[in-house]
Design a protein around this ligand. Structure first.
Ligand code: PNS
Length: 169
């Protein structure tokens, strides 16, 4: 039977660290659903539509695209997991700082649904220092993130933060 995992997140926006984790997950799972949270906290910079589109676009040429689904969800992750009939949550761990947040989330999800397990993969060393927040921070202050995010994300960020556009939308 095919084993499906759900990779949930804000993906605000997707980074090369997320893509790296996806590749690691693909070695273990037959199918992965990238589930973009509709209303993550804090409120996202990009709209749900934009975040989903950037994920889709970033994966368009992925050699394993047929084993990847892109979806969004609202409300509790465990409810979404039941809906798509998966019991494996895929998440990434970078440094020690991620641990407390991930631990809390995994235990809460376990409390909400005993049959669901969270599986962690270590992010590739190249991406250990990046996350969506720091990417946005750098671009907002005029820095370059080439090579750290998919091109579509770089373009979207540039558009939103470009001096001619004035303030970010
Ligand atoms: O990329 P993020 O922001 O670290 O992802 C966090 C996310 C969206 C996976 C998490 O906040 C989540 O699952 N939200 C849905 C609401 C939920 O189920 N909360 C209880 C478990 S923490």
């Amino acid at each position: 039977m095919d084993k499906t995992a759900v990779y949930p997140g804000s993906f605000d926006p997707i980074t090369n660290g997320h893509l790296d984790l996806l590749d690691r997950g693909m070695k273990i799972f037959d199918r992965i659903i990238i589930a973009v949270a509709a209303n993550p906290a804090p409120s996202p910079f990009f709209t749900l539509k934009e975040r989903v589109e950037m994920v889709r676009f970033s994966l368009r040429d992925h050699p394993q695209r047929h084993r990847l689904d892109v979806d969004s969800f609202q409300g509790l992750l465990v409810d979404y997991m039941r809906k798509v009939k998966s019991n494996a949550i895929l998440r990434g761990l970078r440094a020690v700082s991620d641990f407390e947040y991930e631990f809390q989330m995994a235990l809460m999800n376990r409390k909400l649904s005993e049959e669901i397990e969270t599986v962690y993969f270590m992010t590739g060393m190249r991406w250990i220092y990046i996350n969506s927040r720091i990417i946005k921070e750098v671009v907002a202050s005029g820095g370059c993130v080439t090579g750290l995010v998919p091109e579509i994300v770089e373009r979207s960020l540039a558009k939103r933060f470009s001096p001619s556009a004035g303030k970010p939308l």
